[in-house]
Design a protein around this ligand. Structure first.
Ligand code: AGP
Length: 614
C-alpha cells in the first residue's frame, strides 16, 4: 500500500521526508520519491527526486543531485495503475503542482479525456490527472486553496492526497476520502502522513482526518474543511506508541520480533478482556459495549481478509461450542456481493489488524447500510473501521510492522475466544466452573507461547527442508483446520513456496492425487477428540510417499511413534486455546523457510501491509 509524508517546515525537509518514508516501508512498495519547493534567492522552483525499488535508491539519487527546501512531500508507491518504474513514481507534477496520492481515482479516464486537449500527460497513472486538474484550475485564476477544493469535487474513488504548489508559498494541501491520512502538529512546523507510525519521528500530536476532509497546512496553522468545505475542528490524539515499537531492535526482521513479542502482546489482549483477579471474563458492560448484549443476538457475521479471516474461522468454532451462538464467516471481498441474508438481531463484526483494509471496510459499511449493529475488532483503534463501527474492540497487539501478520493473529484469536466466553456466560451456555476453567486456560497463554518459542531452533532445522519444496500441504481438523489455512498462507506469502491448507478429512476427496514421493505435509494435531481421525488421514498420505511433519503434544508423539518423518512437540495446552499456541510453530516454520530462501521477509514481493484498494 502507498505511503505519504509531507512537511510544512522552518528547517530543510528532505532528510526528514526520507526518514518518514523509511517508517512507511512496512506497508510494501515498489518505488519512492520526494518533491520540495526549493528557494533560489527570490526565485522558487518545484523539484523532485524519484527512484524505482527501495528507498536506498532514492537516497542515492538525492546524494547525486541534492534537493531541499522548507516545504515538501514524499511517497512510497505500491503500483495499481502503471508499471512500477521511475516515470510512474510519485510525486507527479503538472505545471506548478506537485502531488502524491494513495488509493484509486476511479474516473481518471474521463477526467483525462476532458483535459487532453489542453494538457500533456507523461505517465499511465490515475494520479497525474489530479495534478493537472489543480494546475488547470489555477490557470483559470483560482487560488491554490480554491483550485484544490474544486478539483476534489471532480474526483470519484478512494484517495489520500498531499499537494504543494510552486508560488503558493508555505502551504501544504491534504485530503482524505477512503484512504487514511493524518496531520502531525510540531513546533513551528506541521506535517501530514499516512498513519501515526509514519509521523512517529516528527510528532505525537496527531489529527486523524475524517472521511471527505481536506486541509490547508502551514508552519503555524492547520485549517480543516469537511466535504462541503465547512471549516471543522478534529480532535488531537496523543499517540503513545513509542518509536521503539516501530523499530526492529536487535532482531533480524520485524516479523521475528513480532513473533517473539507474542507472550507480551497476548498478555495485553488478555488484560482488556479478562478479570484475572476474579477468574472471570469481563462482561459487555465492563467492556463498555453498552447496547451490545449477546443474550439478544441470534447470529454473528464475522467478515475479514487473509490472516484475519482465518482467525474468524477459528472463532466460529468457539462461538458455536462455547456460546451456542451461530456464526457465519465471510471473506470480505465476497461478503456484500453475495447479498447475504442478514437477520435483524445479528451483529456484523469485522476483524482487521490495520482497520483500513478496503474490502473489510466496505463490508462494514454494507452492514451499516442494512441497519445492522456492527463491531470492529482492530489493532488500530483510531483506524477508519475503529471509528466507524458501532463498537470498536481492541486487540492491543501493539504496532505490527511485518507484512506477514503474526502477533496480531494470536491477539485476534485471544480476543475472539474471550468474546466467545463472554457470550457463553451472558447466554447462560456455560456455568461458573466452565468459565473459570476457560479463564485459567487463557491466562496460561503467555507462558505457553513463551515455552513454544523455545522450539525455534528445532523449527529452523525443519524449515530448511521445507524451503526446498515446490509445494506443501498443511492439514488440520476442527479448530486446526483454519490454522492449516493460516500456516499455508504464512509459507506462501513470505517464502513464495506454494502451499495449501486443507481440512484433513477432505484431502481424500481429490487433492490427495497431488501427493507424491517427498511431498511435505504438515499435520497440526494436538491430542483432542479429532486426533485419531487426523492420524488416519496422516497415514493415508504417508503411505503415498508424503514427508510428514506432525505438530502435536507429548501424548500425540507417543501415540504416533515412527509414523511421521519429524514430530514437533508443543506444550500441553487446553483444547480451546491450542490454536493460539500452535500458531507460533507455523509462524516460525514459514519465517525460517523464507530466511533460508533469502526472500524479503518483512516486505514480501507484491504484498502490502494493509490493502486499501479493492
Ligand atoms: C497476513 O499475513 C497478510 N498480510 C494479509 O492476509 C492480511 O491478513 C490481510 O490483508 C488483512 O489485513 P488486515 O487484518 O489489516 O485487515
Amino acid at each position: 500500500m502507498c505511503g505519504i509524508i509531507g512537511i510544512a517546515g522552518t528547517q530543510p525537509v528532505t532528510d526528514r521526508l526520507v526518514e518518514g518514508l523509511k517508517r512507511l516501508e512496512y506497508r510494501g512498495y515498489d518505488s519512492a520519491g520526494i518533491a520540495v519547493i526549493e528557494k533560489l534567492g527570490q526565485q522558487t522552483q518545484l523539484i523532485r527526486r524519484r527512484a524505482k525499488g527501495k528507498i536506498v535508491n532514492l537516497e542515492k539519487q538525492i546524494e547525486l543531485e541534492p534537493a531541499d527546501g522548507m516545504l515538501g512531500i514524499a511517497h512510497t508507491r505500491w503500483a495499481t495503475h502503471g508499471a512500477p518504474n521511475e516515470t510512474n513514481a510519485h510525486p507527479h507534477f503538472a505545471g506548478r503542482v506537485g502531488l502524491v496520492h494513495n488509493g484509486i481515482i476511479e474516473n481518471f479516464t474521463s477526467l483525462r479525456e476532458d483535459l487532453k486537449s489542453s494538457r500533456t500527460f507523461v505517465t499511465e497513472t490515475d494520479t497525474e490527472v489530479v495534478a493537472h486538474l489543480i494546475d488547470e484550475a489555477m490557470k483559470s485564476g483560482l487560488s491554490g486553496k480554491d483550485a484544490f477544493a474544486q478539483s476534489l469535487k471532480k474526483l470519484t474513488g478512494a484517495f489520500a492526497l498531499g499537494v504543494i504548489i510552486d508560488g503558493v508559498d508555505g502551504q501544504l494541501f491534504a485530503a482524505r476520502r477512503g484512504s487514511p491520512l493524518a496531520i502531525g502538529l510540531g513546533e513551528n512546523e506541521n506535517y501530514i502522513g499516512s498513519d501515526a507510525i509514519a509521523l512517529a519521528s516528527l510528532s505525537t500530536r496527531i489529527i486523524y482526518l475524517e472521511e471527505g476532509d481536506w486541509a490547508v497546512i502551514t508552519t503555524d496553522s492547520v485549517e480543516i474543511f469537511d466535504a462541503d468545505d465547512n471549516p471543522v475542528k478534529r480532535d488531537i490524539t496523543i499517540v503513545t506508541g513509542s518509536l521503539a515499537a516501530a523499530e526492529k531492535g536487535n532482531y533480524r526482521h520485524f516479523m521475528l520480533k513480532e513473533i517473539y513479542e507474542q507472550p507480551e502482546s497476548v498478555s495485553h489482549t488478555l488484560t482488556h478482556y479478562v478479570d484475572a483477579f476474579n477468574h472471570k471474563i469481563k462482561t459487555t458492560k465492563q467492556l463498555k459495549l453498552s447496547g451490545l448484549d449477546f443474550k439478544d443476538i441470534e447470529r454473528v457475521s464475522l467478515v475479514a481478509c487473509g490472516t484475519a479471516a482465518y482467525a474468524a474461522y477459528v472463532a466460529k468454532y468457539w462461538f458455536e461450542q462455547i456460546a451456542n451462538l451461530p456464526v457465519d464467516v465471510d471473506i470480505a471481498s465476497e461478503f456484500r456481493y453475495r447479498k447475504p441474508a442478514l437477520i435483524k438481531n445479528s451483529i456484523t463484526m469485522v476483524v482487521s489488524q490495520s482497520g483500513e483494509t478496503a474490502d473489510t471496510l466496505a463490508a462494514l459499511r454494507y452492514a451499516q447500510q442494512k441497519g445492522l449493529q456492527t463491531a470492529a475488532l482492530v489493532n488500530v483503534m483510531n483506524s477508519t473501521m475503529g471509528r466507524e463501527a458501532d463498537f470498536a474492540l481492541p486487540i492491543n497487539a501493539g504496532p505490527e510492522i511485518g507484512v506477514a501478520s503474526t502477533k496480531a493473529f494470536t491477539s485476534q484469536l485471544t480476543a475472539l475466544l474471550s468474546l466467545a466466553i463472554c457470550a457463553g456466560v451472558e447466554r447462560g451456555h456455560i456455568n461458573a466452573a466452565q468459565e473459570r476453567g476457560l479463564i485459567e486456560a487463557l491466562t496460561q497463554m503467555p507462558r505457553l507461547i513463551a515455552e513454544t518459542l523455545t522450539l525455534d531452533s528445532e523449527i529452523e532445522t525443519l524449515a530448511h527442508d521445507l524451503s526446498k519444496a515446490k509445494n506443501a500441504f498443511y492439514l488440520g481438523r476442527g479448530l486446526h483446520f483454519p490454522l492449516a489455512l493460516e500456516g499455508a498462507l504464512k509459507l506462501k506469502e513470505i517464502s513464495y513456496v506454494h502451499a495449501e491448507g486443507y481440512a484433513a478429512g477432505e484431502l481424500k476427496h481429490g487433492p490427495i492425487a497431488l501427493i507424491e514421493e517427498g511431498t511435505p505435509v504438515i499435520v497440526i494435531a494436538p491430542t483432542d477428540e479429532l486426533f485419531e481421525k487426523t492420524v488416519s488421514n496422516m497415514q493415508e498420505v504417508s503411505t503415498r510417499g508424503a514427508k510428514i511433519l506432525l505438530i502435536t503434544d507429548k501424548e500425540g508423539a507417543l501415540k504416533t511413534k515412527g509414523m511421521a518423518d519429524a514430530t514437533l512437540i508443543c506444550p500441553e495446552v487446553s483444547v480451546e486455546t491450542a490454536p493460539i499456541v500452535y500458531a507460533v510453530t507455523i509462524q516460525l516454520l514459514a519465517y525460517h523457510a523464507a530466511v533460508h530462501l533469502g526472500t524479503d521477509v518483512d516486505q514480501p514481493r507484491n504484498l502490502a501491509k494493509s490493502v486499501t484498494v479493492e
